[in-house]
Design a protein around this ligand. Structure first.
Ligand SMILES: Nc1ncnc2c1ncn2[C@@H]1O[C@H](COP(=O)(O)OP(=O)(O)O)[C@@H](O)[C@H]1O
Ligand SMILES: [Mg+2]
Length: 427
């Protein structure tokens, strides 16, 4: 499978190509390099008529949508195709590309096409199917996901903050327009629908941010009422009617934490590192630090600008080649740091982080994943599974009042949850 990061790389390393085609093919198709040409699809028919006429079509869970969306399979890579009014797919494609460039969690744009079906012209957006993702309805329909429902609202608040920090106005934040990936027992939200979005370079006004939050609250109200009417809305930490407000509050807290200005004493430079560390702990990478002298330089105004929310993710990827979500990566990086400290104790000089990371990969991560390979399915990625084992090890160690070790934790995990996981992924 092409990892998200590798896919980005492919995109930026190459330029796109446009093919002008003839009948039965789309009138025009623009694709990023490395993608299939999609020319064997029944382009002379509207997407609504592809069922039964296209062997590449696959049925997958999806959110509610206004447009027709079909999923196709090319050599086990899945793509989503969305049929829209002429001209619209191109715009959404461009916006998604800009969002990817800003390291925002959005679906990966692959291409767009113009089609002539009978008397109609359409544009079609092609995106890479977001692997291991859960549409929100699935989170409510399956008993196995009960504990994740609690994190759904936090994930949306986090996503909105990330978008706004980059000057990205969503314009249609809703549960249906968001996909969720498991992230170390929490959820990471991804934007899937950017049809109404705008990029604002430079100044992004609080009014626009407020407007985006209002749209979110209205959309969620409708979606949660719909779930309630279908009898699906159970076990959510916040009453449905207050969900929008809850997200707004979480958003506000997070926004203030990230963008606030601190006034520090001229000799309190350690507070700069402290602030950076707090932001890094929250997953944000720090770009610039701005210091302005106040009161003849006796005090300083400190502002810290974050770039993206993939601090640990980038660190883990650079050290081990593993592509994980941010919270997963944070857990694994903590373990690597701990291991580094232990290795350094037994050696005359301090152990480089890269050496500790290699040791960790060979002696911890890989053996655990090898033992649990049969449980890696659907939304349960190796990284998530590893984090579950770490959690389980912590629980067992606390009960035993000593470190029980990875091997013991893995065997115990298999015994207790192996059947449940297999059952869950079958259902
Ligand atoms: N790249 C993708 N990966 C996974 N699911 C997708 C992808 N693109 C679309 N979907 C699914 O299709 C649904 C509808 O897509 P969306 O872009 O929101 O269409 P619309 O503009 O009609 O609302 C989404 O809720 C999501 O479940
Ligand atoms: Mg949508």
């Amino acid at each position: 499978m092409l990892s998200r990061r590798a896919a980005w790389q492919r995109i930026w390393d190459n330029r796109s190509s446009t093919i002008e085609t003839q009948m039965a093919y789309p009138a025009e198709i623009t694709l990023r390099p490395g993608a299939p040409d999609f020319l064997d699809l029944p382009w002379d028919l509207p997407l609504s008529e592809w069922v039964g006429r296209c062997s590449r079509l696959v049925e997958l869970p999806r959110g509610l949508s206004r447009h027709i969306v079909q999923f196709v399979n090319y050599s086990d890579e899945l793509y989503a195709l969305k049929e829209m009014r002429p001209g619209v797919a191109e715009q959404e494609f461009d916006l998604l590309l800009m969002a990817i460039e800003a390291h925002l969690p959005v679906v990966l744009p692959i291409g767009h096409a113009i089609t002539n079906t009978r008397n109609d012209q359409h544009s079609v957006l092609i995106t890479h199917y977001l692997e291991n993702s859960l549409p929100y309805r699935l989170l409510f329909m399956s008993q196995g996901f009960a504990r994740h429902r609690m994190h759904l609202l936090d994930a949306i608040a986090g996503l909105l903050v990330q978008l706004h920090l980059s000057g990205f106005f969503w314009g249609d934040c809703s549960l249906s327009n968001t996909l969720f990936r498991r992230d170390a027992g929490m959820l990471q939200a991804y934007l899937v629908d950017a049809e109404t979005s705008e990029f604002h370079e430079g100044y992004f006004s609080p009014t626009l941010r407020f407007h985006d939050l209002q749209i979110m609250a209205e959309n969620l109200d409708v979606e949660l009422k719909d779930l309630q009417n279908s009898g699906l809305l159970t076990d959510m930490s916040v009453p449905a009617a207050e969900a929008g407000e809850y997200i707004q509050q979480r958003y506000q807290q997070l926004w203030e934490e990230i963008t606030r200005e601190d006034i520090i004493g001229a000799n309190e430079h350690y507070r700069i590192q402290e602030r950076i560390r707090i932001l890094n702990d929250m997953g944000f990478s720090v770009g610039n630090v701005e210091l302005a002298a106040l009161e003849n330089g006796s005090r300083l105004r400190l502002r810290v600008f974050v770039t993206d929310r993939s601090f640990h993710r980038d660190q883990l990827y650079n050290l081990s080649g593993l592509d994980a979500e941010e919270m997963q990566a944070r857990k694994m990086m903590n373990e690597i740091q701990e291991l580094r400290a232990t290795l350094s104790q037994n050696s005359p000089s301090s152990t480089p982080l890269s050496v500790a990371a290699y040791h960790w990969l060979e002696n911890y991560f890989n053996p655990v994943i090898e033992r649990l390979r049969s449980l890696i399915q659907n939304d349960m990625t190796p990284a998530e599974l590893y984090c579950e084992v770490l959690e389980h090890k912590w629980f067992l160690s606390e009960r035993a009042q000593r470190d029980v070790g990875h091997q013991f934790a893995v065997e115990d995990y298999l015994m207790r949850f192996g059947d449940f996981q297999a059952f869950r992924s079958d259902n």
